[in-house]
Ligand binder design. Structure first.
Ligand code: RIB
Ligand code: CA
Length: 343
């Protein structure tokens, strides 16, 4: 049973691993990839998407340029988190394939209209392009089968301000418009929201990278050590493993310099596994809204679990999962997929 997916990313390091995981998943039918500004500029996101498709020898999947700036505030990017090109220390060959003539907004709308009720949206970046698509086609929430969103943080600290998660912080107005637009959908069609409360339990450690490389038959053993000099790069014979390892190493360095340990929170691949139904999750229906005017709390995803606002639930929040099961899934699928590239 395959899942038709429209993937909207701000490729970045964990977006990269999410894309490779989806390419490794026979039950994922990627209908298109939208490149939205966030971790890096939209043009760089698009380049990264095209380059990963080349590296993975992917079929001809449409990649479109999404929103280059948030709805109403200037773009802020985060090269310190994801590297100057958004892919950490990896340097991907210049992409041979080219961008679609369609915009990301048109890709969202036309993909959903072509297959009403069938396509699942997966958003692992800011919600700007999706918000613009809903403005243009207000029926989009009904036309989609479901949307899985990596974003927000629910009764859990932010990673960009004390209360706010990055994807929402880049464009809080877009997040609010999207959450509002999905009000009134029945259970089973409401967005599944993967916030930091659950994605920060998805801690990728160097051992996971070693196991991934081993599963791909890559040599030598892929050991990312915390005390290596910054300029060290992977020597993996397998190009997919080499590039992923160089990207992930940057993310681990970033987490360590921010006192989170030598690890990497793999937010986006987790959301991708949720979209495919490949990881155990616990959901809780809620009404979510986004603080826009708070001096200290702008961009906070405020969650009403019990009906204080007398508003129907508009999302299902992922409140629990099994991180070990997720990494087993990730390593098995991506390792098996990468085997074909081991010389
Ligand atoms: O807050 C984590 C999210 O922000 C992830 O999607 C990461 O890629 C960045 O986009
Ligand atoms: Ca992302």
């Amino acid at each position: 049973m395959s899942t038709p997916l429209l993937v909207d990313v701000d490729t970045g390091i964990d977006d990269s691993l999410a894309l490779v995981y989806l390419l490794a998943s026979p039950d994922a039918e990627i209908c298109g990839i939208v490149s939205t500004a966030g971790n890096v500029t939209a043009a760089q996101v698009a380049r990264n998407n095209l380059a990963w498709l080349d590296v993975c020898d992917a079929p001809d999947i449409e990649v479109a340029l999404g929103a280059a700036v948030p709805l109403s505030i200037p773009l802020r990017t985060t090269e310190d988190t994801h590297g100057p090109e958004g892919i950490g220390y990896a340097t991907l060959p210049a992409p041979q394939r080219t961008l679609s003539d369609r915009s990301g907004v048109d890709l969202w709308i036309e993909t959903a209209r072509a297959r009403p009720g069938e396509v699942t949206g997966l958003v692992t970046g800011p919600l700007t392009t999706l918000a613009l698509a809903i403005r243009q086609e207000p029926k989009l929430p009904q036309l989609l089968q479901r949307v899985i969103i990596m974003g927000g943080s629910f009764h859990h600290p932010g990673n960009t301000t004390p209360t706010t998660e990055w994807n929402v912080s880049v464009d809080p107005e877009a997040a609010k418009e999207v959450f509002d637009a999905f009000s009134g959908l029945p259970a089973g069609r409401r967005p599944l929201v993967c916030g930091l409360n659950v994605t920060e339990s998805i801690e990728m450690h160097p051992e996971h990278v070693r196991l991934l490389a081993a599963a791909a038959g890559s040599t030598p053993a892929e050991v990312i050590a915390p005390d290596e000099p910054l300029q060290v790069r992977s020597r993996a014979t397998n190009p997919v493993i080499r590039h992923l390892s160089d990207a992930i190493r940057f993310y681990m360095d970033f987490h360590r310099t921010h006192d989170q340990g030598f690890l990497a929170h793999m937010h986006d691949p987790f959301a991708a596994a949720v979209a495919l139904g490949r990881v155990p999750i616990t959901l809780r229906p809620a009404t979510v809204d986004v603080e826009l005017t708070g001096t200290l709390t702008r961009g906070m995803t405020v969650v009403d679990w019990v009906g204080h606002w007398s508003r129907q639930p508009n999302v299902d929040v992922v409140v629990d999962t099994d991180p070990a099961a997720f990494f087993e899934e990730l390593i098995e699928r991506v390792g098996h997929f990468a085997r074909r590239f081991t010389p």
